[in-house]
Design a protein around this ligand. Structure first.
Ligand code: SF4
Ligand code: SF4
Length: 470
């Protein structure tokens, strides 16, 4: 780990920065951030929030374009419907995502946490902004919390928590709409809790959870609860890209007034990087599990470097190795090779989606049956058919014997199969005795939908042995 670990005894590694010596929580009052990285993250956060809140209202051919109905095991991803019969595909996609996340973290560290994690986006670009607007910047918030209860504190706290709770309800409703669909959610809301107690209980639980997380639990989600955060210690190595402090350039740190005396590094010990940190850590201590790579300290330090006429990037995206050797290594052979693997994984998932069939047919010879005489010159076998309709409209299924010449006689026709349902049927395949070559004659059955051949099924037609020499 960083050399500066030793200089301060690394005592920060023994306990969380947000817990004091008596084990009580230290509230983080993060100062407002300004800078190019913050602006970029804010722009991305707005796009992602718009996507989150608008998507449930967008429909494609009558269905939402995104749905994660775990109750009915029906999923729609960018308009492609996955029925319970596609669960293996969903699992494959899920496993691919896990591999992707692990590889991505090995190269890019916690980039995901800082830029696209919903917890960070909601905390930093929704709830904290409201807090800054109502209670002021970090110093005012600290002062307000210490002040005795009076009118000013009462209205500010009440308004803040009232808005927090409204946002929590709206967010919970949106999350539920991804599970139930927005139409179903509207029905629940219009018909009320008497008819849909389960739906309303879900809404209340989610709302309460979101409110608790963003009003009280906050950064502890990242520093204590998040399993992805805990995995960092095994996924990140010296070559992974992190938000890192260049201790070679920065140390020994000291105030600007003493810098003229020489022998000091570029860090002017202003703590601007510390007071903006939403997880309450000091990045100058080295890489820490609590760092969510939010870039706030990079922006804060760059502003200080600019004011003091020093090169920016004292805190920057780099690898531990890059900082140690002075060779910046964001894009190296390893990260390029891993990125190529990540691209292949994405292609794999896209191919899985593209190759998915619109229907899935299973034909089996009926259990316990061999063959029957059909008239004086023919033999029949009984088959069952099961068709899963994975498209958005009803399908009509028909069958023909493609080889050899033969007929189909339905005992129970599969008929019209509604979207997302499974149709079943039973039928006889009738072949002329003269066409049977052995006791097991290979046959091909064509399955047609709307007159179009969609699948071919091969089987062995069972006939009596006396018809031939086997
Ligand atoms: S150390 Fe910097 S990047 Fe890490 S969480 Fe704190 S402010 Fe964000
Ligand atoms: S903001 Fe930069 S100069 Fe100021 S304490 Fe942090 S690392 Fe040092």
């Amino acid at each position: 780990m960083a050399e500066n670990d030793k200089s301060n005894g690394a005592s920060y590694r023994d306990k969380l920065s947000t817990v004091d010596n008596s084990g009580r929580r230290v509230w983080v009052y993060a100062k407002k951030v300004k800078g190019k990285y913050y602006n970029k993250r804010q722009a991305l956060a707005l796009i992602l929030l718009a996507f989150l809140f608008i998507t449930p209202f967008i429909k494609y051919k009558g269905d939402p374009i995104m749905l994660f109905n775990v109750i009915e095991r029906k999923f729609i991803i960018f308009g492609v419907i996955f029925w319970p019969q596609d669960i293996h595909l969903i699992l494959l996609v899920f496993i691919t995502i896990l591999v992707f996340v692990a590889l991505f973290t090995v190269i890019f560290g916690r980039l995901f946490c800082g830029w696209v994690c919903p917890q960070t986006i909601f905390m930093e670009f929704v709830f904290r902004k409201i807090e800054w607007a109502i209670e002021g910047d970090a110093a005012s918030q600290r002062k307000l919390d210490k002040a005795p209860w009076g009118f000013d504190k009462l209205w500010r706290k009440s308004l803040k928590h009232f808005i927090f709770f409204l946002i929590a309800i709206a967010t919970a409703a949106i999350f539920l709409s991804y599970i139930l669909s927005i139409d179903q959610l509207k029905v629940y809301l219009l018909e009320g809790p008497q008819i849909h107690p389960g739906g309303f209980a879900g809404l209340l639980v989610f709302s309460g959870l979101f409110y608790f997380v963003f009003a009280f639990f906050r950064e502890q989600v990242c520093t204590i609860a998040c399993p992805y955060g805990r995995l960092q210690s095994v996924l990140i190595d010296k070559k992974s890209i992190i938000v890192g402090y260049d201790y070679i350039r920065g140390e020994p740190r000291g105030p600007l007034s003493k810098a003229k005396e020489g022998n000091l590094g570029d860090c002017v010990a202003c703590k601007a990087c510390v007071v903006v940190c939403p997880t309450g850590i000091d990045i100058r201590n080295g890489t820490q599990m609590e760092c969510i790579n939010c870039t706030a300290c990079m922006d804060a330090c760059d502003a200080v470097m600019e004011r003091t006429g020093r090169p920016k990037g004292l805190i920057r995206y780099d690898s531990e190795e890059g900082i140690e050797t002075g060779q910046r290594s964001v894009f190296n052979a390893r990260s390029i090779a891993y990125s190529a693997v990540l691209s292949l994984l994405i292609l794999f998932v896209v191919a899985l989606f593209a190759m998915r069939e619109d229907s899935e047919t299973t034909i089996l010879r009926a259990r316990g049956t061999l063959f029957q005489e059909f008239g004086s010159d023919s033999i029949s076998n009984i088959y069952t058919i099961q068709v899963v309709n994975k498209i958005r409209k009803p399908v009509n299924i028909n069958m023909k014997v493609l080889s050899p010449k033969g007929n189909i006689k339905y005992i129970m026709a599969p008929g019209t199969i509604e979207k997302g349902t499974v149709g079943k049927g039973q039928f006889l395949v009738i072949l002329a005795k003269k066409d049977l070559k052995s006791s097991k004659t290979p046959i091909v059955i064509g399955i047609y939908s709307e007159g179009k051949l969609i699948e071919e099924y091969k089987s062995a037609f069972v006939g009596p042995g006396y018809l031939n020499n086997d």
